[in-house]
Design a protein around this ligand. Structure first.
Ligand code: SAH
Ligand code: SF4
Ligand code: F3S
Length: 495
């Protein structure tokens, strides 16, 4: 009987995508998904360490899994991801029943490590930097099964070269590496051929995509073969650029037949270029949604965070985007209680948040991360009660604009892509608009995920819209099973 696996994912889209790739590897080895912990032969925890409660959560979950493993010693417990990269040996020291620990630079080795552990006992493999074969594995080790069959994540860049004072990501994900332009286009073409209509381009700082690709190419006389690495605009176009821009990639991916929606996350405000806004406006497939992380509205705090912009600069860029892209929805990330944040600093954040009129915002209470610059500012830590109070005040401001933005859509006809039955009430269908808004509506017949339908918005809350079904516009084209190793993957052009 086939072995059954269960993957629990914590953290951001990068991790979700890594989990899909791990699932792809395991299914390639003949495993099948488990229903839950009870029938799983392997449990993989793909971890996150962006905030402290993630640590507590992992060790809590591992404690619970120990009792399962006591009953079923064959159960294999695997911990991967960012917290594994950070904690390394500590995981097996604190939880001796963990069979495999792997990090962020060797995700492609997950299945092999599990096989090795079955033979030889517990194993830990954490690499300091991204393995070359990890990068090479991207296009082939695609998931056998995605969460949403019509939509796919596409990692365009791994790691991060910024040094935001609060953030642990550079320490656990390593320096920025962009994937070759041609490889990304080929990957999306292949996804489109398999019926995927929506892609989300992923990176910690997507606007700096390509910065690292041309350093080598700049020193040689680039020819058409190098377009694989850096894209046509870089190598042969008469408007030749010093490097491929994220905007070039948006245009290239957005013009692939069958791709109806292109999303991306996250752009860094300091690197948001007019070219990106123009590409959004001029490429029909690119959705009218910009996630532009603010972090703080106080210039003093932004400087202490090393964010590289002021509040005025942020709003200027946001205004340019809103002016350039009709009907643009805007979302953000904000941290409250960064060390040294005063009431005045926080009020500046409230002001910027109100001025930006966000459609939604992810708000966080500052959490010190070991090894980051801000974690050492102990004498300036904001007391938890104050942080909590600010957090609630900020939420009120964000919800006000979110509700207003949503209410303004009442009466409009919107195109949604169906996600499936609503989680709360299966008789209700949920879909998403181009602006990334969730719409619940009653469909006259069950609609497969990926169906495109028109609805009229009849009601609005802060986090969703209610719609009235009008008509099905297109049915999905995807096949249920996408081969783990796809045939016809383009191999890199020789350099
Ligand atoms: N690369 C993305 C952010 C990735 S982390 C960017 O620069 O926009 C996602 C969000 O987690 C961040 O935007 C930030 O708001 C939050 N975050 C990161 N470190 C944090 C910390 N130490 N405490 C609280 N929130 C944090
Ligand atoms: Fe972290 Fe800043 Fe990099 Fe985002 S840009 S991942 S917040 S260091
Ligand atoms: Fe968490 Fe790692 Fe993402 S720390 S937020 S899973 S990059």
């Amino acid at each position: 009987m086939a072995q059954r696996y269960l993957i629990r994912t914590y953290g951001c889209q990068m991790n979700e995508h890594d989990s899909e790739r791990i699932a792809g590897l395991l299914e390639g080895d003949g495993m099948v998904p488990a229903e839950g912990t009870d029938d799983a032969d392997v449990i993989v925890l793909n971890t996150c360490c962006i905030r402290e409660n993630a640590d507590n959560k992992l060790y809590g979950t591992l404690g619970y899994l120990k009792s399962l493993k006591d009953d079923r010693p064959d159960l294999q417990i695997v911990v991967g991801g960012c917290l594994a990269q950070k904690d390394r040996e500590l995981i097996q020291e604190r939880a001796g029943h963990v069979d495999v620990v792997f990090g962020t630079h060797n995700v492609h080795r997950a299945a092999e490590l599990m096989a090795e552990a079955r033979e030889h006992g517990p194993i830990l493999e954490i690499l300091e930097e991204t393995a070359a074969d990890y990068l090479a594995s991207f296009p082939t080790a695609l998931p056998a099964k995605r969460d949403l069959p019509y939509a796919s994540w596409v990692t365009i860049q791994i790691g991060c070269d910024n040094n935001c004072a609060f953030c642990i990501v550079p320490a656990v994900r390593g320096p920025e590496i962009s994937r070759p332009f041609g490889e990304l286009v080929a990957e999306v073409e292949r996804l489109a051929a398999a019926g995927v209509l929506e892609v989300t381009l992923l990176g910690q700082n997507v606007n700096s995509y390509g910065r690292d690709l041309t350093t080598r190419l700049r020193t040689i006389d680039a020819g058409p073969a190098d377009t694989y690495e850096a894209g046509e605009a870089w190598a042969i176009d008469e408007r030749r650029r010093p490097r491929p821009l994220f905007a070039d990639l948006l245009r290239a991916v957005g013009s692939i037949d069958g791709i109806e929606r292109v999303r991306y996350t996250s752009p860094h405000p300091k690197d948001l270029r007019p070219e990106t806004i123009a590409a959004m406006a001029e490429t029909v497939a690119v959705c009218e949604h910009l996630h532009l992380p603010l972090q703080s509205g106080s210039d003093r705090i932004l400087a202490a965070m090393h964010r590289g912009y002021t509040a005025a600069r942020y709003l200027e860029r946001l205004d340019a985007a809103v002016a350039g892209v009709p009907d643009l929805a805007v979302s953000t990330d904000i941290i409250v209680g960064f060390p040294g944040e005063t009431e005045d600093d926080f009020e500046a954040t409230l002001e910027v948040a109100a001025a930006a009129e966000y459609d939604y915002a992810y708000t966080f209470q500052y959490s010190p991360r070991p090894g980051t610059e801000a974690a050492d500012m102990v004498d300036r830590y904001v007391d938890p009660a104050t942080t909590n109070d600010r957090y609630e005040r900020l939420r009120t401001v964000v919800e006000r604009s979110a509700r207003a933005k949503h209410q303004a859509r009442i009466g409009r006809r919107e195109r949604v892509v169906v996600e499936g039955p609503s989680k709360r009430d299966p008789s209700v269908t949920s879909g998403r608009t181009r602006q990334n808004k969730l719409v619940h509506f009653t469909a006259p017949q069950p609609l497969k995920p990926g169906t495109q339908a028109d609805v009229v918005v009849v009601d609005a809350a802060a986090h969703y819209l209610m719609g009235e079904f009008r008509e099905v516009v297109a049915v999905p084209r995807y096949r249920t099973h996408i081969p783990v190793t796809a045939a016809g993957v383009e191999t890199p052009a020789p350099h």
